[in-house]
Design a protein around this ligand. Structure first.
Ligand code: 5AD
Ligand code: SF4
Length: 506
């Protein structure tokens, strides 16, 4: 930072929609703290990465970025790692990437303003050696959690630390972020036991039409392969009153689509003080759908164990609730589901699918699948392929099993070679593509309402999204000129494996 010009920051986000929305809140917080957002690392005083550690590949991305830090060090930039890798690796990040000054997991974001101020003010304190001075923790604390046991040398996210938020002053004095020595180190790593949600009135929403609202943070499901319960902490729900207030505020600002977010929205438990006013997830969904001005409501992600029939009833009853449910199955084999600790069988999963198929409106169903989980045989895999046929998904997100730190399945031998996982992934995606080539044809001739997301100039097409969450690219006469964020009727004229083609109805 030089003179009176505002401190600048660059933020890059990896991973899921929860991370994207967390970043909107982090950006809002930084703007409120007087920072200005810039588009490149070169322009920034403070460089932040909001990271994902769901699979090893995602985690490696951030360490690849961090390896570039060296060249920026001399320019005096300050680097911070936020999100799941921050929570998972903790202070180890300072060893792997010595120029990082801030490591902060999502459970500590509400303390960001204090951490930023600490980062800014640290060099003005007395000059001391980085290795000998450890200031007392200023914010927060970490207690140990029984399920967070460090493995493979990685620090446990719930490991007790004497000093959770520590500032190590460097021997260099500075007067702002740009002149800061890289040895200032601040960590915000609340453990799983936090009860607080990251609510802020300063969310900097990037899409002016579709807004995200987190209704539940963390996860208590502990699926055998999944790092999320360790990186995002325990389940904690916002009150329905605060969710509804945010939805109304967004409607007043002109948003017409709302997506309710959580790792497992179906286990939403209203923390409203007055028990008579507490809402189930399905009731909350319906109430958001009834907010005046809201035309579409989506939700993500569901867990089959907690997915109740009342959700389908809410979709039946409230027209603004979109005709799409993402219900991750992970495997079509009950034996594998058991090994994955998913808490449901294939038949129970199919029962939920049957509820959706008997809904008044056609509900588009999508899913996630993991191939090559330890012990998955050809016959287990064949059951997954068979399930694809039986359900007729509109999209499948499939992943090769990736062993993750701290997770129960890390104890199991990862015996299926990567080439075999890749083969199964390829077989599965090829099969699913064939299913979609056939099934998307069912829309041809239908009239769908789309929300217009933009225009593809090269193809002279508009990009729309249907209630089923399908991309519907369409042409329109030059006089029509439909605007992004508005809704329009489109007749479907063609289909591809992943999208539809159509013409504006004029
Ligand atoms: N390996 C592979 N895929 C995983 N997922 C979560 N953890 C792992 C892992 N360790 C997938 C699941 C989940 C999606 C978000 O990521 O399919 O639903
Ligand atoms: Fe991970 Fe399972 Fe929780 Fe989903 S429900 S976030 S897969 S632990």
């Amino acid at each position: 930072m030089s003179g009176d010009s505002p401190k600048t920051f660059y933020l890059e986000t990896f991973g899921c929609q929860m991370n994207v929305h967390d970043s909107e809140k982090v950006v809002g917080t930084l703007l409120q703290e007087g920072y200005r957002q810039v588009d490149t690392v070169e322009q920034a005083d403070l460089v932040l990465y909001n990271t994902c550690s769901i699979r090893d590949k995602a985690e490696q991305k951030v360490f690849n970025r961090l390896s570039d830090y060296k060249k920026y060090k001399k320019q005096g930039k300050t680097f911070g790692v936020l999100g799941c890798v921050a929570q998972q690796e903790g202070e180890k990040i300072f060893e792997r990437a010595p120029y990082v000054s801030l490591v902060c997991g999502s459970a500590s974001y509400r303390k960001l303003p204090q951490m930023l101020r600490q980062l800014e003010n640290a060099p003005l304190d007395s000059a001391q050696s980085p290795d000998t001075t450890l200031e007392p923790p200023a914010i927060g604390s970490i207690d140990s959690h029984p399920s967070n046991t460090a493995k493979g040398g990685a620090p446990s996210v719930g490991e007790s630390r004497d000093s959770e938020l520590a500032t190590r002053n460097s021997s260099t004095r500075g007067s702002g972020l740009a002149t800061r020595d890289s040895l200032i180190r601040i960590t915000g790593l609340d453990d799983r036991e936090t009860d607080a949600c990251f609510e802020t009135e300063f969310t900097a929403r990037t899409n002016p039409h579709r807004g995200y609202i987190t209704i539940i943070e963390g996860c208590d499901k502990f699926c055998a392969y999944c790092v999320v319960p360790y990186t995002r902490g325990k389940e904690r729900s916002r009150t329905s009153a605060s969710v509804l207030a945010e939805a109304r505020q967004m409607a007043d600002l002109g948003y017409t689509e709302i997506q309710l977010l959580g790792q497992n929205v179906n286990s939403y438990k209203d923390s409203e003080g007055n028990s008579a006013k507490r809402k189930s997830f399905a009731e909350l969904l319906a109430a958001v759908g009834e907010v005046s001005g809201i035309r579409r409501v989506r939700f993500m992600t569901s867990h089959p164990r907690d997915f109740g029939r009342d959700i389908v009833e809410a979709i039946d009853a409230v027209p603004t609730l979109c005709d799409h449910v993402h219900l991750p199955v992970q495997s079509g084999s009950t034996r594998m589901l058991d090994a994955m600790q998913r808490l449901y069988t294939r038949d129970q999963y199919l029962e939920r699918i049957a509820w959706m198929k008997s809904a008044k409106r056609e509900i588009s169903i999508t899913t996630d699948v993991i191939v090559g989980f330890p012990g998955e045989t050809e016959s287990d895999f064949a059951e997954t392929l068979d399930l694809l046929e039986e359900v007729g998904y509109d999209a499948v997100f499939a992943f090769k099993y990736s062993p993750r730190p701290n997770t129960p399945s890390l104890k199991l031998e990862d015996a299926i070679p990567d080439e075999e996982k890749a083969r199964r992934l390829d077989v599965l995606m090829t099969r699913q593509r064939e299913i979609q080539i056939t099934s998307y044809k069912r829309y041809i001739g239908a009239q769908c309402e789309v929300m217009i997301e933009g225009r593809n100039e090269a193809r002279s097409q508009y990009i729309g999204r249907t209630t089923h969450n399908k991309t519907l690219n369409f042409t329109a006469p030059p006089t029509a000129n439909p605007k992004p964020g508005t809704y329009a009727p489109v007749v479907v004229t063609g289909s591809f494996p992943n999208s539809l083609l159509g013409e504006l109805v004029v």
